[in-house]
Design a protein around this ligand. Structure first.
Ligand code: MLT
Length: 264
C-alpha cells in the first residue's frame, strides 16, 4: 500500500493505493481520512485497484480555495477518477456518500457501481445546521479536538463502545491530523449539501447500501429510504456495528463489499 500526491486543479490529494485493475475509490467520513479504509484496501479481492484519497482540507491533503460545498469535493473526486481511469466503483461512508451522490449527479458515466455506507439522502434539518454552527465555533476556538470529542459518542455503536475502547482512541488520533480550518470548511459542506432524495430514482448503476445495525447517526430507516428509492439496490445490515461499520466489523463489511464487487 502506498500513498502519493495527486494534483487535481489547485488541490493536492494524498491518495493511498493498492492493487491493479479497475478502480474502487473509497470516500471517507467526517472528520476522518483515508486511514479509515486500511482494512478494506488491504483485503480488496485481487483484480481490483483500491484508491482512497484524504479529501480536500483533511489530514495530508491541501487545496486552495478550500472546499465549502459538496460540489467542490465532487470535482476533486471526478478529477481523481480521470487520473486513475474510470468508470469506478465509488464507495462512500457518511460524508463520502453525500459526495458520491454529487458525483453521480455531475457525471454518472464515471461510476460503474455505488456503495453507500452509513449515509443518508436527506439534507440537514434546521436543527442539524444549527449544531454544525456550534461545532464550527468550537473548532475555531479549541481546534479539531473539540469536534471529534463532541462526535465520538455517536460515531461508534454501543457494542464497540463496550468492547473496543481502542477504536475511539484511534478515530481521535486520525481526526487530529486535520487542521481546524479544514474541519470548519467541511462542516460548511455538510450543512449546505442538497437533498439527494430526488437523485435516488435516477441511479441506474448497481448499488449496495450498507448500514451498521447500531448506527444512530444514519440509522436503518434512512438506509431503507435509499434502498427503496434506488432501482434494484441491495441492502446489507452489519450486526454489532454503529456508524463506522467498516471499522467496527471490518470482516463483515469487507465480505459484503467483496461479494458485491464479484457480482459487478
Ligand atoms: C460522517 O461520518 O461523515 C458524519 O457523521 C456526517 C454527518 O455528520 O452528516
Amino acid at each position: 500500500m502506498t500513498t502519493r500526491d495527486v494534483h487535481v486543479g489547485a488541490t493536492t490529494l494524498a491518495v493511498t493505493e493498492v492493487g491493479d485493475g479497475p478502480a474502487v475509490v473509497f470516500l471517507h467520513g467526517f472528520p476522518l481520512s483515508a486511514r479509515m479504509w486500511e482494512h478494506q484496501l488491504a483485503s480488496l479481492p485481487s483484480g481490483w485497484r483500491g484508491v482512497a484519497p484524504d479529501l480536500r482540507g483533511f489530514a495530508r491533503s491541501s487545496g486552495t480555495p478550500s472546499a465549502r460545498h459538496v460540489t467542490d469535493h465532487a470535482s476533486d473526486v471526478l478529477g481523481l477518477i480521470d487520473a486513475v481511469g474510470g468508470p469506478v466503483v465509488l464507495v462512500g461512508l457518511s460524508m463520502g456518500g453525500y459526495i458520491a451522490f454529487e458525483c453521480w449527479r455531475q457525471r454518472p458515466a464515471a461510476i460503474r457501481a455505488l456503495v453507500l455506507a452509513d449515509t443518508r439522502a436527506e439534507g440537514d434539518s434546521d436543527e442539524a445546521r444549527a449544531k454544525r454552527g456550534t461545532l464550527q465555533r468550537a473548532a475555531a476556538e479549541q481546534g479539531s479536538a473539540a469536534v471529534i470529542d463532541a462526535m465520538l459518542p455517536n460515531l461508534l455503536g454501543e457494542t464497540t463502545q463496550a468492547t473496543d475502547p481502542h477504536l475511539a482512541v484511534q478515530l481521535r488520533q486520525w481526526a487530529l491530523e486535520s487542521r481546524a480550518e479544514g474541519v470548519i470548511d467541511a462542516l460548511e459542506v455538510l450543512k449546505t449539501r442538497p437533498d439527494s432524495r430526488p437523485t435516488l430514482g435516477t441511479i441506474t448503476c448497481p448499488t449496495l447500501v450498507i448500514v451498521g445495525e447500531e448506527d444512530t447517526l444514519t440509522p436503518r430507516a434512512v438506509a431503507q429510504v435509499m434502498a427503496d428509492g434506488i432501482p434494484g439496490a441491495q441492502l446489507v445490515r452489519i450486526p454489532l456495528a454503529g456508524h463506522m461499520s467498516n471499522l467496527e466489523q471490518p470482516e463483515a463489511f469487507t465480505r459484503a463489499l467483496g461479494a458485491f464487487l464479484h457480482a459487478v
